[in-house]
Design a protein around this ligand. Structure first.
Ligand SMILES: [Zn+2]
Length: 161
């Protein structure tokens, strides 16, 4: 027996479907336009930040080092020359062109999750780099990171002693 669906999506004519897709595309464009205008996107509206946040929760990172995605902002930090930073209002900023964010888009969420954890440490403890890197390293090792990521974090840590 053939199942018949009466939902809007299946039952519309081709023209109606095309119209719907066009409206959806316009909405997406408008949303993107507003984001660009503002220059940044909130973490709770960014699928990679949300996914990395879920990984932190699932991997049982220390709760105080799991930032609220609403306090995360994604933007270009090319001028600031950093992957992530914390502002005076204790918002975390993540660079969308960084290797951490790009890896997440390619399906490897661990680097971005570890960066969020690193920045969350700064929110709690201020500019203590050795402490932040120690927590980050601890997390990536426990979460089963590959040698490349562990080495990367170790090198970064050594630059900040
Ligand atoms: Zn740091």
């Amino acid at each position: 027996m053939k199942a018949i669906c009466h939902c809007d999506q299946c039952s519309g004519t081709l023209a109606q479907k095309a119209g719907r897709r066009l409206r959806e595309a316009e909405l997406r464009l408008r949303r993107r336009f507003l984001e660009d205008l503002r220059g940044w996107r909130r973490g709770n509206q960014d699928e990679w930040i949300l996914a990395a946040h879920s990984l932190l929760v699932e991997a049982e990172a220390p709760p105080e080092l799991i930032p609220d995605p609403r306090r995360v902002r994604v933007t270009s930090l090319a001028k600031e020359r950093c992957f992530g930073c914390v502002d005076r209002q204790k918002n975390i900023w993540i660079d969308l062109s960084s290797v951490f964010y790009q890896r997440a888009k390619e399906g490897d969420l661990l680097p971005l999750a570890s960066l969020l954890l690193h920045e969350a440490y700064h929110v709690q403890h201020g500019p203590d780099e050795p402490g932040a890197y120690a927590q980050q390293l601890n997390f990536v090792k426990r979460a089963g990171a590959d040698d490349a990521l562990i080495t990367f974090v170790e090198h970064a840590a050594r630059r900040h002693v």
